[in-house]
Design a protein around this ligand. Structure first.
Ligand SMILES: NC(=O)c1ccc[n+]([C@@H]2O[C@H](COP(=O)([O-])OP(=O)(O)OC[C@H]3O[C@@H](n4cnc5c(N)ncnc54)[C@H](O)[C@@H]3O)[C@@H](O)[C@H]2O)c1
Length: 377
């Protein structure tokens, strides 16, 4: 199996999928690993680090795709990468298809086999390849929110790192008590904010409160509760997730009118289409916009701005699955590993994730059917 690691070309994306240490594990088992020139630079790895780990450096993006079978990258392919892919390629990356019909249709048209990090799911329903980035995005969401609460950015003008027992303590409202939401809550509570977390899942709420030593208020989420808490909030963090599906719309444009001017919304779930009606994807270069006096921060690759931290976390999480794919080939790896099979999003021009197929009204077959069709060949 020839494994290819391209340089990321999304704007301000400095991560790389595998560290030299992870590459060494693959080359040590006899796999060929190709790394695009300077792919690791943003995460502080030189080409020589990869050469010492047994990889070969490939000079151009086009050549890397042309020579590789298994493409392991961080972010979804950009339009200029669509044409570089075809039926021979297995793509293993964050895809977040629910956020883009164009991306979904373009990848289907190329007839690639695509396995999405974020839909790999273990038997307890957790997402081991999404979790490390959600943990980082959650922490960052509070830090970014703290910045944009400052008056020069249009925020309400409150210091998030507040004085203890201060009755002016900023109110932080977090939608979703999963990995990102709990990380955001932990960071905000540590800074002294008054934190409320809402979720539809009572177990998640209980777990968050236990993990945070009761320093947050947990509220069972429904539309009425969201309206009440959003109206009082200084900072709202959207951290909900429905696997394989578009994020639920929780705050509408009308709700913004109930909020005070200078409220900040950080919609972490923007990579799944966002949970705020007025959200639209932004970049690290131009991260915020304002609607009805409310500041929106909607960067879809938040951990990309801390590549030295996030590359290590992502690489450690994905390398066991890359090894499975490389050792057994994608078909056998998916037959044998149920969590990885859940990661299959498309094969031979057809989706294998039903909610996305429903969302975009596109043809669907199950991962098992896709694998069976391969056995018949
Ligand atoms: N923007 C970025 O850079 C970035 C980075 C990492 C993760 N993310 C995204 O952050 C989101 C959260 O990821 P996670 O790993 O924390 O997910 P998670 O599964 O751990 O948690 C999601 C939580 O949302 C809750 N939820 C679902 N529907 C809800 C609803 N209608 N109302 C209230 N709560 C609801 C679930 O019960 C769950 O507890 C995902 O969309 C993920 O893709 C974005």
């Amino acid at each position: 199996m020839i494994v290819g690691i391209p340089k990321e070309i999304k704007q301000q994306e400095y991560r790389v999928a595998l560290t030299p240490e992870a590459v060494q594990r693959l080359t040590g088992s006899g796999h060929s690993v190709l790394v695009e020139k300077a792919a690791g630079e943003g995460a502080l790895f030189n080409d020589s680090d990869y050469i010492n780990a047994g990889a070969k450096i490939v000079s151009t993006h086009g050549k890397l795709f042309f020579l590789s079978e298994l493409i392991v990258k961080v972010k979804e392919p950009m339009p200029e990468e669509y044409v570089l892919m075809g039926t021979k390629h297995v793509l293993f990356a964050y895809l977040h298809l629910a956020s883009s019909r164009n991306l979904t249709e373009a990848l289907l048209a190329r007839k690639i086999t695509a396995i999405a990090f974020e839909t790999v799911e273990t038997s307890d329903g957790s997402h081991p390849l999404l979790a490390p980035m959600s943990e980082i995005a959650g922490r960052l969401s509070t830090l970014e929110g703290a910045k944009y609460l400052q008056r020069p950015w249009g925020g309400v003008g409150k210091l998030l790192a507040t004085f203890s027992e201060d009755e002016l303590a900023p109110k932080v409202v977090i939608l979703g008590a999963g990995v990102a939401g709990t990380a955001a809550a932990r960071t905000a509570a540590a800074l002294g904010a008054d934190v409320t977390v809402l979720d539809i899942n009572e177990d998640k709420l209980r777990a968050a409160v236990n993990m945070l030593d009761g320093k947050v208020t947990a509220v069972l989420s429904d539309q009425k509760a969201i309206e009440k808490y959003a109206a009082e909030a200084d900072l709202i963090i959207g951290a909900v997730y429905r696997p394989n599906d578009k994020a639920p719309g929780l705050i509408t444009r009308d709700h913004l009118k109930l909020m005070k001017k200078g409220t900040v919304i950080v919609d972490i779930a923007i990579d799944q289409g966002g949970c705020i009606e007025t959200s639209k994807p932004t970049t690290h270069a131009d991260p915020i916009f304002e609607v009805d006096g409310v500041i929106h921060y909607c960067v879809a690759n938040m951990p990309g701005c801390v590549p030295a931290t996030s590359t290590d976390a992502i690489s450690k999480a994905i390398v066991p699955y890359v090894e499975l794919l490389a050792d057994m080939g994608w078909k056998e790896a998916l037959r044998q590993d149920e969590p990885l099979r859940k990661g299959l999003n498309m094969h031979q021009g057809k989706l294998t994730c039903e909610p996305i197929a429903r969302l975009f009204e596109l043809p669907f077959w199950s991962a098992n059917d896709a694998l069976e069709s391969e056995s018949e060949k």
